[in-house]
Design a binder for this molecule. Structure first.
Ligand code: S3P
Length: 443
């Protein structure tokens, strides 16, 4: 079953069983990128087959990497070697993917004497690129774009960059990774200090590929020039995708779900910390490691949730899970306050406004703030029609909310789930959720 454009969800039966989630999106991007920049062959097992990694693969093919057909079993990448990027014959297209565009900018800007142009879809062309273009310029990069180089389409003339210790005003793994990737081609140390620690997949994977990476508190650094060697990469299941089932399993009565093979890197497990603080019953089973990343099976059982305060250092560790946590908050007893989360306004959509609007449409009482939401628990859910703003995480969060609404919820624009989780709707069906209509034409 493909992801339908309009999905009508109606379910009040328990969710039970063992499920697997697709490969981690962040790690999939990085495996394709580092494999492409390395010398020799990289094999990738467990790659996410979503549209975002496909954008990354297409960009690197245009730069000269040989990447086999994408497949979750095994992808083979024949790398070009750092410094050897080809000047592409056409504009690179990052699609909907902020990770692709921001990380690529560091790579492109640091490859001297080549011209690159990069664009993306409507959402990506409205997202802030100054946060990477500006520090890259401080290293000597030449980048042009709309609004003084803040918005894509962007044009880049590659230069030999200079090392720099950058203090980032935002905790963003995309900013940090962009500069570390640029630093691979720089003589000396390039470092990024963040207000809070963001996900560290780049640091872990760069080290595995042979780069000289160091981490000290909230500062990550790379010493260049680096040489990367092809590796056997393993991508664990995405905790951001598992989050939908962690919330569903908590709020749908009498549920018990085991989500297998989920990456539980501590820079990503804010969702577990928040749900546990709310009273969720989640157990980590069979903890193990795959290519330097911690992995476990997650078992969740229905539990009464209570509201809590969400803010501070946990925000970057739960940033993509905050929309579905808003659904959990609406089911909890008492009020939940989300603050320090203004970054949500510059994701694939303005996720604060989107969740505020669509959850209100389903009966939730909430207040919107510039940097978050105040959500009253024990919502009087009702059915209705909601829209996704073409944002995959909004679409899937609303599908989870629909599981507790007493009447059907029609979700317009569900197709975007394929960005990060192409098998989300089939998994809902596998769990016995009543999917009343599944229109296949895009709305
Ligand atoms: C990502 C980092 C996060 C996250 C995004 C993926 C990454 O963005 O929201 O989905 O792979 O580095 P920011 O780093 O901009 O917060």
């Amino acid at each position: 079953m493909d992801t339908p454009a309009v999905l009508t969800v109606s379910a009040r039966s328990p969710l039970r069983g063992r499920i697997a989630v697709p490969g981690d999106k962040s790690i999939s991007h990085r495996a394709l990128m580092l494999g492409s920049l390395a010398e020799g062959e990289t094999t990738i097992r467990g790659l996410l087959l979503g549209e975002d990694p496909r954008s990354t693969a297409a960009c690197f093919r245009a730069l000269g990497a040989e990447i086999s057909e994408l497949n979750s079993e095994l992808v083979r990448v024949r790398g070009i070697g750092l410094g050897n990027l080809q000047e592409p014959a056409d504009i690179l297209d990052a699609g909907n993917s902020g990770t692709t565009m921001r990380l690529m900018l560091g790579i492109l800007a640091s490859h001297p004497d080549r011209f690159f142009a990069i664009t993306g879809d409507r959402s990506l062309r409205s997202r802030p690129m100054g946060r990477v273009a500006e520090p890259l310029r401080q290293m000597g990069a030449r980048i042009w774009g709309r609004e003084g180089g803040k918005l894509a389409p962007l044009a880049v003339w590659g230069e030999k960059l200079q090392p720099r210790a950058y203090q980032s005003p935002v905790a963003s793994a995309q900013v940090k990774s962009c500069l570390l990737l640029a630093g691979l081609m720089v003589d000396g140390e390039t470092s990024v200090t963040e207000p809070f620690r963001s996900r560290d997949h780049s640091e872990r994977m760069l080290a595995a590929f042979g780069a000289a990476v160091s981490v000290d508190g909230n500062t990550a650094a790379v010493r260049g020039p680096a040489r990367l060697r092809g590796q056997e990469a393993i991508v664990p299941g995405d905790i951001s995708s598992a989050a939908f089932w962690l919330v569903a399993g908590s709020i749908v009565p009498d549920s018990e779900l085991t989500i297998e093979n989920v990456g539980v890197n501590p820079t990503r497990t804010g969702v577990l910390d928040i749900l546990r603080e709310m009273g969720a019953d989640i157990v980590l089973e069979n903890p193990r490691e795959a290519m330097g990343e911690p992995v476990a099976d997650l078992r969740v059982r229905t539990a009464p949730l209570r509201g809590c305060d969400i803010g501070g250092e946990v925000i970057p560790r739960a940033i993509d899970e905050l929309p579905v946590l808003a659904v959990a908050a609406a089911c909890a007893q008492g009020r939940t306050t989300l603050r320090d989360a203004a970054e949500l306004r510059v994701k694939e959509s303005d996720r604060i406004a989107a969740m505020a609007h669509e959850l209100s449409a389903l009966g939730v009482t909430l207040r919107e703030h510039p940097d978050g939401l105040e959500i009253e628990g024990e919502a009087r859910w009702h059915g209705g029609e909601v829209r996704t703003y073409d944002d995959h995480r909004i679409a899937m969060s609303l599908a989870i909310a629909a599981l507790v609404a007493p009447e059907p919820v029609a979700i317009q624009g569900m197709g975007c789930a394929a960005i990060s989780y192409p098998t989300f709707v089939p998994t809902l069906a596998e769990l016995g959720v009543n999917l009343l209509t599944a229109e296949c034409s895009e709305q």
